[in-house]
Design a binder for this molecule. Structure first.
Ligand SMILES: *Cc1c(COP(=O)(O)O)cnc(C)c1O
Length: 336
């Protein structure tokens, strides 16, 4: 199967599996796992923070961030389409008693800082206390500009808010922004990063912040059932993902551009190829239903996510020939 549904589908390489098999491990709840400790230390260094925490998932890292920054009755500002508002089961509200205040995302994925400012609650007993602004980069494959992120930081400083980045794909953002990842992360109090997407690890994410913030998050991770024991087996793959994953993301972006250009040549599809910024390509069916296209492609050994729009994601397990096969199969679908 050629799988364009998500970059989460990537399988660990032989090198990762070897590293996992031979990883030195200990009980991470006691802080004894040398492989977890080394991953956390190198991640903190790589992303420019005092400390890092290895987490089961990106969802867990975001939840820990919100719960570490905010208390019961506080609120966080986020995008209406933010992953940590829409796609995380309402965890911040359910488990953290933290109220989200979603704000409609602009077409470029950002949140208007004027709207964010207007949403900050006054100090009044009627209102939840606004504590945190949470941004996402990349968001739907789109990159927030460095200048925008600098302005978001200034807004937070002015209004004494904390600033979190859901950086599940922050290395894709850094590649597109042609900068070191720390040029992005330096604006934030905390950042979450997925190792298990385009970076290629089978499992795991990271949360980054100050030492005291990570201490709080570690306690909460235990409370939420995320204290894993010989987690070095997983961190061994994570170390390779963090070191080597970012180096090849530009290939995924080039393949996404190539796919976008190919899709634009298919008259039955509606796509603006210039809208592809990283590894995610969106297209709409002008004729017929996306589900029919998805089912036809599945019969040809190609998986896509049918939606409106359809989403195609490039990653380390799809190459240029796979993209050509996808384009050929879509053309055959419309000719049949
Ligand atoms: C995938 C993703 C997450 C969550 O990661 P999981 O490991 O799937 O829980 C969070 N934020 C964004 C933007 C994501 O794309």
């Amino acid at each position: 199967m050629i799988d364009f549904r998500s970059d989460t589908v990537t399988r660990p390489t032989a090198k990762m599996r070897d590293a996992m098999a031979s990883a030195e491990v200990g009980d991470d709840v006691y802080g004894d796992d040398p492989t977890v400790n080394s991953l956390q230390a190198s991640a903190a260094d790589r992303l420019g923070f005092e400390a890092a925490l290895f987490t089961a998932t990106g969802t867990q890292a975001n939840l820990l961030a919100i719960m570490s920054h905010c208390g019961r009755g506080d609120e966080y500002l986020c995008g209406q389409s933010a992953h940590n508002y829409r796609y995380e089961g309402g965890g911040a509200a359910v488990l953290g008693s933290v109220q989200p205040q979603p704000i409609e995302n602009e077409p470029d994925g950002s949140i208007s800082l004027d709207k964010a400012k207007a949403a900050i609650k006054a100090d009044d007993i009627h209102f939840a206390s606004t504590r945190l602004l949470s941004l996402e980069n990349t968001i739907g494959g789109k990159v927030l500009s460095l200048d925008y992120q600098r302005q978001a930081r200034a807004l937070c400083n002015e209004h004494k808010l904390l600033l979190h980045l859901d950086g599940a794909r922050v290395f894709n953002a850094a590649v597109k922004s042609s900068c070191d990842v720390t040029e992005i992360t330096r604006h934030y109090d905390s950042v979450s990063v997925c190792l298990s997407k385009g970076l290629g690890a089978p499992v795991g994410s990271l949360l980054l912040g100050t030492k005291t913030f990570i201490e709080r998050a570690t306690r909460l991770r235990k409370m939420l059932g995320g204290g894993m024991r010989q987690a070095g087996i997983l961190a061994a793959a994570g170390r390779i993902a963090l070191e080597q994953g970012p180096l090849r993301l530009s290939e995924d972006h080039a393949n996404a551009d190539y796919l976008g250009a190919g899709l634009a040549g298919i008259p039955q599809l509606d796509i603006n190829p210039a809208s592809t910024q990283t590894n995610i390509v969106y297209a709409r069916c002008r004729i017929g239903r996306a589900e029919q296209l998805r089912d036809y492609l599945a019969g040809q050994g190609i998986l896509i996510t049918a939606g409106d729009p359809i989403r195609f994601v490039t990653h380390l397990d799809v190459n240029r020939q796979d993209v050509d096969q996808l384009l050929d199969a879509i053309q055959r679908f419309y000719q049949s």
